[in-house]
Design a protein around this ligand. Structure first.
Ligand code: F6R
Length: 608
């Protein structure tokens, strides 16, 4: 979602701001802009589309100035165009904003009555108008900022410059993240530490309800009444190196091929590979004692949690309540302090997941987070963090974060099984040995699958609709396969539990419908093969993703069979994720879509 950068500098800032925006590209955006103050003038350049367009605008008409703010916008209110791009200017006030001002239409009506002229369709512009109005009415800039903050409601990270204060940037956070960077004689603001990583690694994170007044001399943090607050300064681990594609065509491809290496980082925190045991122990969540688990997340992270549900229930006999966070947060789920809650998020900033976390916290549950960004809000608000250590995931479609989340969930469910006495030490050792095999098997699969995937993807790229089926842990994988295909190739795809076929989706099957069946040779295999039979009888084209045993056992005609190595059930979901990811990726490549930044999607969804 939107990205924000600001610099109170000692040398020219425009190009440095544009460069910092590049680090926020992974969040998704559809327009961008930069503003500076120079010689008492507030000036800006804005452009629709990719950052390249903004860089071109800056090249054609450079911006001078040693103080500035910049923004990448992911449209919520108003189409992506130059007029709606930030920064928004009103009478010497410049504003960039991430989030949603929920009471904007009521404020806008009030401001219109007052004679304000709006130049954009955004909710953000009301903030600039409110500030301008309070200054016109005689408030000083700081008082105007506080008055504005006391009028708006919603979720926002706001960064503001005033033409008359050429050495100050003001900022506020309520919801989406915002960090202050402390440099040498210079100060910075950014949506996350990655945006600031080339400037400084000394960071202060703002909390909800914080307002910051940033000058060359440092940052003063106050609440909305103007009372002083103390916020810690910490050293960020965010890498200063821009993540590169290497020799891959897209970040998504790179991230798929990285999985054998990084999956072991994910496991490294939880597994003692020398002893073949789960080494995780936490005082915060006692998996041996909790009565049940509540899991909540969004998108692919939710689907990894759904696989986790099967594991926790089977291996640890631990009941799991799971829901997408956008529903969970409003369901008023009755919860008991004897339960524990787990939240899964690559970014650690997803608004709905964070709201669900806060709901569970209010109910007194211990909170665990499975996150990729260790300094994220979700991580910081949790009692215990299980890092997936996947490194920056740039492709909007989650790949390596998904399998690393699965790896962490697998390890946790084995650990929970041991704590609850439902798995013996011998079973633990066997399962951990299987987890340890994962990097090797993943490499093997990635090295051999490509030619077959290419042929199949060429075929899929001509399809209008695709159905994915699976049972057990392969059911969430069917959902993930469909999600991945639709988000990057824009082909309509649905995932179903194979047993649900007869209850509706079978009506769709004809000779034009590719049906991707995910079925390792596990205890559900025969049942899934019966469902395949039903598809075959109606002329459906089956792409069968199974293992060598499954390929040998099934005599059904298929359009193609992908036979993966035979692996234990505990690692099958991670291994079977690979062909699913590659099929979606390669299909999108054939269709010529913007694989890493598919239309309408954002990497970090910080509004609901
Ligand atoms: C799909 C995808 C999204 C995310 C979802 C949650 O490929 O990437 O569905 O999984 O937006 O994001 P995080 O994990 O950052 O909370």
């Amino acid at each position: 979602m939107c990205g924000i950068v600001g610099i109170v500098g000692t040398r020219s800032v425009a190009l440095r701001l544009a460069d910092a925006l590049r680090r926020l590209e992974y969040r998704g955006y559809d327009s961008a802009g930069v503003a500076t103050i120079h010689n008492g003038r507030l000036e800006r350049r804005r452009a629709e589309g990719k950052l390249f367009n903004l860089e071109k605008a800056l090249e054609n008409e450079p911006l001078a100035g040693t103080i500035g703010i910049a923004h990448t916008r992911w449209a919520t209110h108003g189409v992506p165009n130059v007029a709606n791009a930030h920064p928004h200017f009103v009478d010497g006030v410049a504003v960039v904003h991430n989030g949603i001002i929920e009471n904007f239409s009521e404020l806008k009506d009030e401001l219109l009555m007052d004679g304000a002229v709006f130049k954009s369709q955004t909710d953000t512009e009301v903030v600039a108008h409110l500030l301008a109005r309070y200054i016109r009415e005689g408030l000083n800039h700081r008082a105007a900022m506080l008055a504005m903050l006391n009028r708006i409601s919603g979720a926002y990270a706001l960064v503001v410059m005033f033409k008359e204060m050429p050495g100050t940037i003001m900022a506020a956070r309520f919801g989406p993240p915002l960090a202050i960077g402390h440099g040498d004689g210079e100060m910075f603001l950014g949506s996350d530490a990655i945006a600031l990583s080339s400037f400084t690694n000394e960071i202060t994170y703002l909390l909800d309800g914080d307002c910051a007044i940033v000058t060359h001399g440092g940052a003063e943090i106050i609440d909305y009444r103007g009372l002083p607050l103390t916020r810690a300064r910490q050293v960020s681990l965010a890498t200063a190196y821009r993540v590169e594609k290497g020799n891959h065509r897209h970040f998504m491809e790179k991230e798929i091929y990285e999985q054998p290496e990084i999956i072991s980082h994910a496991l490294g925190h939880l597994i003692d590979f020398a002893q073949n045991t789960v080494k995780f122990r936490s005082d915060a969540i006692d998996f041996g004692a909790v009565s049940s688990l509540a899991i909540s997340a969004c998108g692919s992270a939710y689907l990894s949690g759904l696989v986790g549900k099967y594991w926790f229930e089977r291996y640890a006999r631990l009941p799991v309540e799971i829901d997408v966070a956008s529903e969970f947060r409003y369901r008023e789920v009755p919860l008991l302090p004897s339960q524990a809650a787990l939240f899964i998020s690559q970014s650690g900033e997803t608004a709905d997941t964070l709201a669900s976390l806060r709901y569970c916290k209010d109910q007194g549950l211990p909170i665990g987070a499975i996150v990729n960004v260790p300094e994220s809000t979700i991580a910081r608000e949790s009692d215990v963090v299980f890092p997936i250590s996947a490194g920056p995931e740039v492709g909007v479609a989650s790949t390596k974060a998904f399998t690393c989340q699965l790896a962490v969930l697998a390890a946790l469910s084995i650990g929970a099984g041991r704590s609850r006495g439902t798995l013996s030490s011998e079973q633990e050792k066997v399962m951990v040995r299987h987890l340890a095999e994962m990097p090797r098997v993943m490499s093997e699969v990635l090295n051999t699958l490509q030619p077959q995937i290419e042929a199949l993807s060429r075929h899929l790229s001509h399809s209008k609709d695709v159905l994915y089926l699976g049972r057990g842990t392969s059911f969430p994988l069917a959902l993930e396969g469909a999600l991945k295909l639709k988000e990057i190739s824009y082909i309509h795809a649905e995932g179903y539990a194979a047993g649900e076929l007869k209850h509706g989706p079978i009506a769709l099957i004809d000779e034009n419908m590719p049906v991707i069946v995910i079925a390792p040779h596990d205890r559900f295999f025969e049942k899934t093969v019966s469902n395949m039979q039903e598809v075959a009888a109606r002329g459906g084209k089956i792409i069968f993703i199974t293992d060598e045993k499954g390929a040998a056992a099934s005599k059904l005609p298929t359009m193609a069979t992908i036979a993966l190595p035979n692996v234990d059930e505990i690692i099958a979901p991670m291994i079977f994720s690979l062909p699913i990811q590659l099929l979606a990726y390669q299909t999108a490549v054939f269709m010529g879509t913007d694989v890493d930044q598919p239309r309408n999607l954002a990497k970090s969804v910080t509004v609901e």
